[in-house]
Design a protein around this ligand. Structure first.
Ligand code: NAP
Length: 247
């Protein structure tokens, strides 16, 4: 059966760049999106136009039933060989005193619990202990996990800090089961995520503080993700690649 790479949140930004790069390298790619059906299907068409194969599925990673359905759909495509836990959200910039419980739940359920549930489903399929043939997981964390994001979104940063700790633990838990678990920590990357929390010019505004004096591209993050999943990274587990220009 052919091998499949699953990328959550592939309809735009870093996820879409990873879909394109993996498909160009000949991988069969499945990706999820939450709302952007047209963008997701346009990406599948774009990939098909250069001779690649990508399949889009609507699945909210904050919903366990959506995740279970997503993995069942992927099972029909082939053998799961890799998971990129990329789907993530940040909400409007504010201080902790103005964050309500519903917001905290949305952020943690999407960025951390959703990633943990997707990883659980991937481990069930890939673990050699459970009859699988191994694979890789890359969690898309953030430089925010190191910086804390005070006054902006400490909830987002904390959810990514949790994702870092989860990466360390799971990597060691499944180290003898043929699964390598690692993470990337993007810095200031040019994507639409900054619009969603009300600061569309954040990268331009802050890039002067980056040692390399520029924001990064989604493609630069995708390269690191796919390297961690590749055989070239065969001795790397519980590693973090900071794709942040030194920030
Ligand atoms: P983006 O442009 O906002 O794209 C987010 C993607 O995730 C979209 O495909 C979106 O689907 C999907 N998504 C969001 N919530 C989802 C949910 N509940 N269920 C399923 N899919 C969902 O974001 P990005 O900048 O590419 O960020 C990708 C990852 O990198 C995130 O984890 C983010 O925290 C991390 N990151 C980004 C930066 C940066 O500067 N851009 C820096 C550090 C870390 P729809 O299109 O359907 O909404």
């Amino acid at each position: 059966m052919r091998e499949v790479l699953l990328i959550t949140g592939g309809s735009r930004g870093i996820g879409a760049a990873t879909v394109r790069l993996a498909a160009r390298a000949g991988q069969v790619v499945a990706f999820s999106y939450r709302e952007a059906r047209d963008a997701a299907h346009a990406l599948c068409d774009e990939v098909a136009a250069f001779g690649g194969e990508a399949h889009a599925f609507r699945a909210d990673v904050a919903s366990e039933s959506d995740i279970l359905q997503l993995f069942t759909e992927v099972d029909h495509l082939g053998t799961l060989k890799g998971l990129v836990n990329n789907a993530g959200i940040a909400e409007r910039q504010t201080r902790l005193v103005d964050m309500d419980l519903a917001r905290l739940r949305r952020v943690f359920e999407t960025n951390l619990i959703g990633s943990m549930l997707c990883a659980r489903e991937a481990v069930k399929r890939m673990s050699t202990r459970l009859g699988g043939s191994g694979g890789g997981i890359v969690n898309v964390s953030s430089a925010a996990s190191r910086l804390g994001s005070p006054g902006e979104y400490v909830d987002y940063a904390a959810s990514k800090g949790g994702l870092d700790t989860f990466t360390l633990g799971l990597a060691k838990e499944v180290a003898l089961e043929g699964i390598r678990v690692n993470a990337v920590r993007p810095g200031l990357i040019y994507t639409d995520i900054h619009d969603s929390y009300g600061d569309p010019t954040r990268v331009e505004r802050l890039q002067g503080n980056v040692p390399m004096q520029r924001g990064g591209t989604a493609e630069e993050v995708a390269e690191a993700i796919l390297w961690l999943l590749s055989p070239a990274a065969s001795y790397c587990i519980a590693n973090f690649i900071d794709v942040s220009g030194g920030r």
